[in-house]
Design a protein around this ligand. Sequence first.
Ligand SMILES: Nc1ncnc2c1ncn2[C@@H]1O[C@H](COP(=O)(O)OP(=O)(O)O)[C@@H](O)[C@H]1O
Ligand SMILES: CC(=O)N[C@@H](CCC(=O)OP(=O)(O)O)C(=O)O
Length: 282
Amino acid sequence: MRDVATLLEALPYIREFHGQTVVIKYGGAAMEDPELREEFARDVVLLKYVGMNPIVVHGGGPDITRYMNKLNLPVEFVGGLRVSDKDTVEIAKMVLVGKVNKDIVLRLNRHGQAAVGLSGDDGRLFRASRQSAPDGQDIGFVGQIDRVDVDVLEHIAQDYIPVIASVGADREGNSYNINADDAAAAVARAMGAFKVVFLTDVAGWLRDKDDPASLISEAGADEVEEAITTMEGGMRPKLQACLDAIHGGVSAAYIIDGRVAHSLLLELFTDSGIGTKIRPAQ
Ligand SMILES: Nc1ncnc2c1ncn2[C@@H]1O[C@H](COP(=O)(O)OP(=O)(O)O)[C@@H](O)[C@H]1O
Ligand SMILES: CC(=O)N[C@@H](CCC(=O)OP(=O)(O)O)C(=O)O
């Protein structure tokens, strides 16, 4: 009976989301566990099967750090963004485009839905420019996305699940390392997505980052704007990305726990949700 109740609970959401674009940001920390990687792929394929248009934008920060450590290169973050010289950008491209992207594509393929991997360079998907840290510091070749060309995405999304790695170049051909949260927000805005979901390695936005019980289950964009000014670490770019998406017309942004099996389905298809929902200011 419980299973039937769950299905019935999901039905209105499935109807509401039919034909809608949902951008899913798949984060480094949430990608670490092999079993969860399988569950994630299954969930995304299911979204496609029930008539949604899922687009995966992924990071892979921990993987980039691992390779940098192997090469004895210094790892530094400012305001949640990786300080990126030319070597760092090269490694980020190799790891995100060559390894992580293909790994996700393969897994989606195996679960029954053909996926196509892209980076910001493919089909001129992203046009990027150099970005400074929030405090104005020079952090090298870190990119912000100035333009998303949705043409290639719209074509691919008709039949396939697009999987996008967060790197891109400027008009002169300089490559940039782009925070994957920023990339997800830019894609969600440009595609007129209904929702954007960020999977991460915490329960959601926590009032106290050291207390997992202090989850903020819902907040308006105005509350986020106020909190973000004093925030450090990886949650800052994530909340900024939620704001960018909301201000760009996306109806809601969610930060959810990628360590929980099926968290994506639980957030989208149940009344209570499981993480933090960010909605427009009231
Ligand atoms: N208020 C907060 N609530 C939740 N997490 C926070 C907060 N402040 C800082 N963080 C940190 O942000 C991290 C998530 O960001 P990040 O490591 O960039 O994730 P991902 O790799 O999934 O993009 C958490 O693991 C946590 O350490
Ligand atoms: C500029 C910048 O910080 N780029 C990120 C890109 C990958 C990413 O965002 O990965 P997660 O989503 O796993 O954190 C980085 O180098 O880690």
